[in-house]
Ligand binder design. Structure first.
Ligand SMILES: NC(=O)c1ccc[n+]([C@@H]2O[C@H](COP(=O)([O-])OP(=O)(O)OC[C@H]3O[C@@H](n4cnc5c(N)ncnc54)[C@H](OP(=O)(O)O)[C@@H]3O)[C@@H](O)[C@H]2O)c1
Length: 320
């Protein structure tokens, strides 16, 4: 699936291209499950500019189909997944650099891997690197019924945090509670930030994980405790407003960061260590796949439209 020009989901089109033999350090993967991620919407729509025409997609799981001459740690038939190998996951087959791939443990199915590797690695760095969450911390997770949101909530709860989620309907709040949130607040209600503080008896968060952006960001600054951290890691409702740094002083000497999963997993040793941590968390039951919808790869536009409609929960997969 490629785009010639940025725009609506219908701009994505199937393109048949010849696939070269894998280079010396590459492996060829036959995809079995492809993960949708909200960044795919930003890139398809032009909010994040791409050189055009462009393939799409960051995350997939599959079977190794061929290996380059220098590759020793993968063999044909191995089950693998990746989340940071460059654009092009929306394909039935592709070549990727072997150092960007992890082998899948037996307890992680291909579909679960495609639902978890990008979103789970995001939760991993947010909880372990950006703001290492400790037992007893209060954590706010916006869009807690979504793909990253459910993983982040369940894992934060497993680490001993008091987890407050927000979501866009009462049904989604129930899903957020099922995913580990102690409290879930419907942030489509007008005074939702007041409702949240009333529900926590005025307690504020050590860290607010905010990937909603425009709709939530200024409230996030108010919901962090003094010396707390606001982690702006996405813009599902649109970009967060510009602020003057001085506001961080006024709101309680806050820390503000805008991180990304890609640099956290750019080096192979970091990537492998982070993936091992994620697989360990899956094994312990701290992280679970929640697959909300499946589409054929040709129906990628339907996957995007579902995500943009805010009707989705959990992960959306595309099956080639
Ligand atoms: N920086 C990073 O490293 C990184 C990595 C991965 C993902 N992310 C970000 O994390 C967020 C979640 O990603 P995801 O792939 O798991 O997506 P997702 O949660 O499945 O979808 C985004 C969620 O945002 C909420 N939302 C609020 N306003 C929205 C709007 N106007 N339009 C659409 N959705 C809206 C929706 O939940 P409600 O209906 O409950 O509001 C929706 O479920 C995205 O913002 C993504 O960019 C960042």
């Amino acid at each position: 699936m490629q785009i010639e020009t940025p725009g609506p989901a219908s701009n994505m089109a199937v393109k048949t291209v010849p696939l070269a033999e894998p280079g010396a350090n590459e492996i060829r993967i036959r995809h079995t499950a492809i993960g949708f991620n909200f960044i795919d919407v930003y890139q398809r729509g032009g909010a994040y500019a791409l050189p055009l025409p462009s393939p799409l997609g960051h995350e997939a799981a599959g079977i190794v189909d061929a290996v380059g001459s220098n590759v020793t740690d993968f063999g044909v038939g191995d089950r693998v997944a990746y989340m940071n190998a460059g654009l092009g996951a929306y394909a039935d087959m592709r070549n990727v650099s072997a150092d960007k791939v992890v082998p899948l443990p037996d307890n992680v199915s291909d579909e679960d891997a495609a639902a978890l590797i990008f979103k789970g690695m995001t939760a991993q760095y947010l909880l372990k690197h950006t703001c290492p969450v400790q037992a007893g911390d209060m954590v706010i997770v916006h869009a807690a019924a979504g793909g990253v949101g459910q993983i982040l909530s369940r894992w934060a709860k497993a680490l001993g945090a008091f987890v407050v989620g927000t979501a866009g309907s009462d049904e989604k709040c129930a899903i957020a509670r099922d995913a580990g949130c102690d409290i879930a607040i419907n942030y489509r209600n007008e005074n939702w930030a007041d409702d949240l503080l009333a529900a926590t008896d005025g307690r504020k968060a050590r860290v607010v994980y905010d990937a909603v952006g425009k709709h939530t960001f200024m409230h996030s600054l108010d919901l962090a405790q003094p010396f707390g951290m606001v982690v702006l890691y996405g813009a599902a409702s649109g970009p967060a407003p510009d602020i003057a740094p001085e506001i961080l002083n006024k709101k309680g000497c806050l820390f503000l960061t805008r991180p990304s999963v890609f640099p956290h997993n750019a080096q192979q040793d970091r990537f492998r260590a982070n993936a091992a941590d994620l697989f360990d968390a899956i094994g312990r039951g701290y992280v679970k796949a929640s697959i909300g919808a499946r589409f054929s790869l040709e129906d990628a536009a339907k996957a995007h439209e579902l995500a943009e409609s805010r009707a989705s929960t959990g992960a959306i997969l595309m099956i080639p």
